[in-house]
Design a protein around this ligand. Structure first.
Ligand code: ZN
Length: 164
């Protein structure tokens, strides 16, 4: 049911450009709380602002332990040459669509925390993948654009086709 709050493909906002967050105020705090709660209800690990119809450069993710965390104005500043392939899902692509995506195994991401302080994330494996998936959302890119697996992509597109 929580998915009803999440914009679904092919909603054009999922392809829209986002703008940097400049106000680190109460409103931002409330937005992050709302995003975290929707992500939790939907059993997601990450949720980006465009998935709620907002053209803002931020996402929330669920760390292994503790509360959900906001990542504001993130950029991947380094990515390893080493890549691996794993299946991804997306709260905007329904709960049955999964596609294999090749991504760098290690990345460094620079951005800001919810108070506007500069922050660097050094990420490996699973969370490196989560961050890259969410940052893609901020650039209007979806996992179905990233997959090299033609068959998996075709099947995903069939599942995503609107029913008459
Ligand atoms: Zn997604």
């Amino acid at each position: 049911m929580a998915l009803r709050h999440v914009r679904q493909y092919p909603d054009p906002v999922l392809r829209a450009k986002t703008t940097e967050v400049t106000a680190f105020d109460t409103e931002l705090g409330e937005l992050v709380d709302r995003m975290s709660s929707i992500m939790g209800d939907a059993h997601g690990i990450g949720l980006a602002a465009p998935q709620l119809g907002l053209r803002l450069r931020l996402f929330v993710y669920q760390p292994e332990e503790g509360a959900a965390e906001a990542v504001i104005n993130p950029t991947v500043t380094w990515a390893s040459a080493e890549t691996d392939i794993d299946e991804e899902g997306c709260l905007s692509l329904g709960d049955t669509v999964r596609v294999p995506v090749s991504r760098p195994v290690h990345v460094k991401v620079e951005g800001q925390d919810i108070d506007g302080n500069a922050k660097t994330w050094d990420l490996d494996d699973y969370y490196a993948r989560v961050f890259q998936h969410e940052i893609d959302h901020l650039d209007g890119v979806l996992m179905i654009d990233r997959t090299d697996d033609v068959e998996a992509r075709r099947e995903a597109m069939q599942r995503l086709r609107p029913r008459p």
